[in-house]
Write a protein that binds this ligand. Structure first.
Ligand SMILES: NC(=O)c1ccc[n+]([C@@H]2O[C@H](COP(=O)([O-])OP(=O)(O)OC[C@H]3O[C@@H](n4cnc5c(N)ncnc54)[C@H](O)[C@@H]3O)[C@@H](O)[C@H]2O)c1
Ligand SMILES: [Zn+2]
Ligand SMILES: [Zn+2]
Length: 361
């Protein structure tokens, strides 16, 4: 018998989201049914609603979640009913060319549930990032459930399921930030502040936060930024160079996903430095750079998919650091809200009032 629960659905491009009754099947082979306890509102949910990711409407939004496994299908041995889990969108396959080369964080054939969740009239839903967790229950592949210490607060732990992991991983995994580095982070929302926290964990000596909103810059200091630049008031490239002996930063992380801020990142890094693009652009965006500068500046231009994380390795480790008081996950939770407040949370995000609004169920 499918489970009838409430979920937040985006029906068409740009339209306000609505609460709908959705049908969630019992788990089949390899699948898990999860009672969602928390789900953060990520900018990527808004990208979906605006048609910026693809056109597979209707979407069941939400993908930054923690919950309790309620039931598992045949053949599932890694998780069991009652387990506290963070949902991930990288259930690695172990068989694709990336996995076979020992680089599973790039897995090109990640698993999702085989069965579809639907609206009451049978319309199939596209779950955001293969998760769909703005819902009382959701159906995922069992590999999307990563068991972590249940002592962690669900609101905080769930954020590791997307934005906070993407940011920390952009710094540590993709950018390879290490002790003594200078790091600049452009865009200090949940993802950018997590990159700042990651750089601080890795021992960066200088961490420069760049945003157009002073309130965001103040929060960034709380996660470990040593310097801040309001790029409405001063040229961020000049400011980052001035703060790094005239050279630019070793690692510059772009956490917005726009051509103009990517260009700032490109010119604000030191020779042989690294640019990490973790912000997600829309399909229409283009960038033009002098090829001689791409060559002449050396180093590397990288993208960070989900912080190049391996959930089974990174989630339990980061939850442990959180429980030891070494990673302030609670600091990302600006407010807790109900399922019916997601649209309001999008507006607050756009006005820059929150790092994360977290839906509690
Ligand atoms: N790569 C991944 O795997 C991954 C995962 C999660 C989210 N993301 C993406 O990361 C990006 C950030 O997500 P978020 O949830 O932190 O969003 P957010 O809206 O909370 O934060 C964006 C921040 O950028 C600032 N900003 C906007 N325009 C700016 C400009 N021109 N110059 C400087 N600062 C500017 C805003 O003031 C805000 O603080 C989004 O594009 C999101 O889709 C990527
Ligand atoms: Zn794979
Ligand atoms: Zn996300």
């Amino acid at each position: 018998m499918p489970h009838e629960v409430r979920g937040v659905v985006a029906r068409s491009r740009g339209a306000e989201v609505s609460i709908e009754t959705i049908l969630v099947p019992d788990p089949g082979p390899g699948e898990a049914l999860v009672a969602v306890r928390s789900c953060g509102v990520c900018h990527t949910d808004l990208h979906y609603r605006e048609g910026g990711i693809n056109d597979d409407f209707p979407f069941l939004l939400g993908h930054e979640a923690a919950g309790t496994v309620e039931a598992v299908g045949d053949g599932v041995t890694d998780v069991a009913p009652g387990d506290f889990v963070i949902l991930n969108w990288r259930a690695v396959c172990g068989q694709c060319r990336a996995c076979l080369r020992g680089r599973p964080w790039y897995c090109f054939a990640t698993h999702n549930a085989a069965q579809k969740m639907t609206l009451k009239d049978g319309t199939e839903l596209s779950p955001a990032l293969g998760i769909g967790a703005f819902a009382e229950k959701t159906l995922v592949h069992a590999g999307q459930c990563t068991k972590v210490n249940p002592a962690a607060s669900p609101a905080a732990a769930g954020l590791l399921g997307c934005g906070v992991m993407a940011g920390i991983g952009a710094a540590i995994n993709t950018g390879g930030v290490t002790r003594g580095d200078s790091v600049a982070v452009i865009g200090c929302g949940g993802v950018g502040d997590a990159a700042i926290a990651g750089a601080a964990l890795a021992g960066a000596a200088k961490i420069i936060a760049v945003d157009i909103d002073d309130r965001k810059l103040q929060w960034a200091r709380g996660f470990g930024a040593t310097d801040t630049v309001n790029s409405r008031e001063s040229d961020p490239v000049e400011a980052i160079r001035a703060l790094t002996g005239g050279h630019g930063a070793d690692v510059v992380i772009e956490a917005i996903g726009r051509p103009e801020t990517y260009e700032q990142a490109f010119y604000a890094r030191d020779l042989a430095g690294t640019v990490v693009l973790v912000g997600v652009p829309t399909p229409d965006m283009k960038i033009e750079l002098p090829l001689i500068e791409v060559f002449g500046r050396g180093g590397s231009l990288k993208s960070s998919w989900y912080g190049d994380c391996l959930p089974s390795r990174d989630f339990p480790m980061l939850v442990d650091l959180y429980l030891q008081g070494r990673l302030d996950l609670d600091g990302f939770v600006s407010e807790t809200i109900g399922l019916d407040q997601v649209e309001e949370a999008f507006a607050k995000m756009q006005r820059g009032e929150v790092l994360r609004s977290v839906v509690m169920l």
